[in-house]
Design a protein around this ligand. Structure first.
Ligand SMILES: Nc1ncnc2c1ncn2[C@@H]1O[C@H](COP(=O)(O)OP(=O)(O)OP(=O)(O)O)[C@@H](O)[C@H]1O
Length: 357
């Protein structure tokens, strides 16, 4: 198979401000559709690294290739029109309406007005900003969360294959932040895109990243999949960076596929073949955290034409439990009834396996 040219590749990027090394010899490559999260403590160089990717900051050494082409080979303005970008402070143009803000880049690119209007309407709708209500408003008439969504719509308006996001949910309270992050993750628009995202929020990093690049004082401490950083930390800094949120991250990282064998041997796990009522169809890659969230929804009711709650073991009948079916392709017969305790004890076993491997 021919190797695929990365959508973006950084090679040995280095930046100094005076005597201070802000970014030191950073390299990575991203395939189409991958999300890289730049993570690290305040001042570690995340924003500087991100801004070198679209030439808002010029590196002292190293290079950036977009679709295999050195970014120095084209004018910076032209490069930036082809890359979506959301800055930390959103940066909407105050005298432009929401619709005008979203349309800025497609207009600069000379797209036909009807196409721009259709695209703006489509994006605002998808980002839960009904155009009939929001298109004509000005940025100061919006909440922080609404402004951030407009910023995201603007970055996506010209449908760039590559998007750079600097703390895109930074100005929000934790609850709004979590819900916007969920919408963001599920946006079909973004699933096709290659994304580089800056955050200092580890939960956010674990929810969104295919790869995490953890920086400290401008140096890469580890680059890898979230589960590698969690279960195979490269050094003491990586280990201690995740220490306080370890359990939450483990719940987000360990997937149903990891606990399936353990779950199926639990005494409170039941399987039947001709179940007829509601079943949650889930992917094997769904996290234990998401399964537990589903189990804590009030609708959880283990009913079945052939297996009533009273015929289940006492534990399963009295605690939250729901029927799950794995999305195809799968060789696991189902549906099966999962209870809180069956999931948690299988999670404990998987955790033991992964941490002692
Ligand atoms: N234009 C500049 N001139 C001088 N020093 C700078 C400049 N830009 C950034 N720095 C310094 O470089 C270091 C890294 O800054 P950067 O904004 O990249 O960090 P960060 O990890 O994004 O921080 P935060 O999470 O707080 O936004 C900081 O010490 C900062 O003071």
């Amino acid at each position: 198979m021919l190797p695929i040219t990365p959508v973006i590749e950084a090679r040995g990027l280095t930046k100094h401000y005076g005597p201070q090394v802000v970014v030191q010899d950073v390299s990575f490559a991203l395939q189409p559709g991958e999300t890289l999260v730049l993570l690290g403590p305040s001042g570690c160089g995340k924003t500087t690294l991100l801004r070198m990717l679209n030439r808002l900051v010029e590196p002292d050494a190293g290079s950036v290739l977009v679709h295999g082409r050195d970014v120095q080979a084209q004018p910076a303005e032209q490069l930036r029109r082809g890359i979506g970008y959301v800055i930390q402070q959103v940066g909407l143009l105050p005298h432009y309406t929401v619709a005008e803000n979203v349309a800025v880049v497609p207009r600069l690119l000379g797209r036909p007005p009807t196409e721009v209007a259709t695209r703006t309407t489509e994006l605002l709708t998808r980002l839960h900003l009904p155009p009939e209500r929001f298109a004509g408003l000005y940025p100061h008439q919006l909440s922080g969360g609404q402004q951030q969504r407009v910023g995201l719509a603007r970055a996506l308006a010209a449908d760039p294959p590559l998007v750079l996001l600097d703390e895109p949910f930074g100005a929000l309270d934790p609850i709004t932040r979590a819900s916007i992050r969920r919408e963001f993750r599920e946006l079909p628009e973004l699933q096709r895109k290659t994304v580089v995202l800056v955050t200092h929020d580890v939960t956010e990093a674990f929810e969104l990243a295919d790869q995490i690049l953890l920086l400290e004082a401008g140096r890469v401490q580890q680059l890898g999949a979230p589960r590698d950083l969690l279960f195979r930390p490269a050094n003491g800094f990586v280990r201690s960076f995740f220490a306080t949120e370890r359990l939450g991250l483990q719940l987000r990282t360990i997937q149903l596929a990891d606990i399936m064998t353990d779950v199926l041997t639990q005494p409170t796990t039941h399987r039947i073949t001709n179940y007829k009522s509601d079943v949650n169809i889930v992917s094997p890659s769904v996290s234990v955290h998401s399964i537990l969230e589903l189990l804590s929804q009030p609708s959880a009711s283990p009913t079945s034409p052939e297996l009533s709650p009273t015929t289940l073991s006492p534990g399963a009948a009295t605690e939250p439990a729901q029927w799950f079916q794995l999305a195809p392709p799968t060789d696991v017969a189902g549906p099966f009834l999962l209870s809180y305790s069956s999931v948690m004890s299988a999670f404990g076993r998987a955790l033991h396996r992964l941490t002692t491997a």
